[in-house]
Design a protein around this ligand. Structure first.
Ligand code: PXP
Length: 390
């Protein structure tokens, strides 16, 4: 059957993902064995929920969620859950959680009411309902649906500056530690065949010192594959690598070299290393990445960032958003990156199926002016606010 989610409020600052709510509602219905029923979820503002509260419960003022079960004769209809996004946003702020996380809790709470649970019927029932809610939410959080976008920082450019002088400073290892202290969720480095920025010494030290997650970008070549297998970073991102390019140019043509890349993925997987494919936002590449067993794809945001007018940028954005959902729904985990800066990041961070952004040049550039700590914090704020972390 189906879940219908209607947004009926006009609060321009409260961006919520209808898609994420639908996904969570469907999951909750399956989990509670009512996937063959219909459910209606209505998102409203305080004024509307206050009216419903007064009319049906004789209680003044807004509330967070109301459940309206349908009569038993309509056995395939579960009923309506009405949520005030305005109250939810206030409560999320008080609880220091995300709006999406709180909406998911309200949805779960509302659904349990429709299924006959009622915390107002006494302490025993209240505890049982609360336990079930916690259990469902914990399980739902582990399904991979993640409303919080992470920021991983690429420190290659610190090494580029160091190498320009041929001395030891600035050190990408120190820079990585500063990025982590300022809130980065991961560190990315690209060990190129020609070692033009990051050197072997850097990856060895970074492996020992990174406290978050190390993502090693690499071309699928024999020497670098062996280094990755020895280092065992948390993940590798396979990228195309050309000697003369200034930076990685396009996405990897996974569809055109499935056999070779499948072998690399299998080697990495056996060593416990997750593999991501850096691809253009195209169905063909997403499907190929899925077919050969990649865990992640990283969607190339370069064309979106380089767009020279709004219409071009919107089109590129739509392709990234649709590709992220397509990959996510196939079971892939989704990252994105390349060229993102302090203007272009927000929209990409708001795509709820994207887990992590990989950003380098813009942050290191800003660090020259304002310091690395501040540059990271400013970017982290953009990412956090876009993914509604309060
Ligand atoms: N992701 C990949 C696969 C890359 O190759 C790069 C560039 O090293 C980035 C992300 C980061 O791009 P930028 O430095 O433009 O933020």
């Amino acid at each position: 059957m189906s879940v219908d989610c209607t947004i009926n409020y006009d609060l321009p600052d409260l961006h919520i993902s209808r898609q994420l709510l639908l996904r969570n509602a469907n999951w909750l219905m399956r989990k509670n064995n009512v996937a063959d029923h219909n459910l209606s979820v209505l998102l409203v503002d305080d004024e509307e929920i206050a009216w419903l509260n007064k009319h049906y419960r004789k209680i003044s003022g807004p509330t967070n969620v109301l459940s309206f079960p349908l009569s038993e004769s309509l056995f395939s209809e579960l009923g309506d859950i009405v949520i005030s996004v305005e109250t939810a946003a206030r409560e999320a702020k008080e609880k220091k959680t995300t709006l999406h996380a709180h909406l998911t809790w309200l949805l779960t709470h509302g659904l349990l009411h429709l299924l006959g649970h009622d915390h107002e019927r006494g302490e025993k029932e209240a505890i049982a309902m609360w336990d079930l809610e916690q259990k469902l939410i914990t399980e739902l959080q582990n399904t991979g649906s993640n409303p919080m976008t992470h920021l991983a920082i690429n420190v290659d450019h610190v090494a580029t500056v160091r190498n320009a002088r041929g001395i030891t400073e600035p050190d990408p290892v120190t820079a990585a530690a500063i990025c982590e202290l300022a809130g980065a969720a991961g560190i990315v480095v690209h060990l190129r065949e020609d070692r033009r920025h990051i050197k072997d010494r850097d990856v060895i030290l970074l492996r020992k010192t990174i406290k978050t997650r190390m993502n090693l970008e690499m071309g699928a070549n024999k020497e670098i594959i062996q280094i990755a297998l020895d280092l065992k970073p948390e993940m590798v991102t396979l990228v195309p690598e050309k000697r003369k390019e200034l930076t990685t140019e396009g996405g990897l043509n996974v569809a055109g070299q499935k056999k070779k890349l499948a072998k690399t993925i299998s080697q990495m997987t056996k060593a416990g290393i997750a593999v991501s494919m850096f691809i253009d936002p195209e169905s063909k590449q997403i499907q190929a990445s899925h077919d050969i067993g990649a865990t992640y794809v990283e969607l190339h945001t370069g064309r979106y960032c380089d767009a020279t007018n709004d219409s071009e940028r919107n089109n590129e954005y739509k392709m990234i958003a649709a590709s992220a959902d397509e990959a996510y729904e196939m079971g892939l985990r989704v990252n994105a990156g390349h060229g993102l800066d302090y203007q272009t990041t927000s929209r990409i961070a708001a795509i709820d199926t994207i887990e992590e952004l990989s950003i380098g040049h813009a942050i290191i550039t800003r660090a020259v002016y304002v310091g690395l700590d501040q540059a990271v914090r400013e970017m982290k704020k953009i990412v956090s606010e876009a993914s509604m972390i309060v």
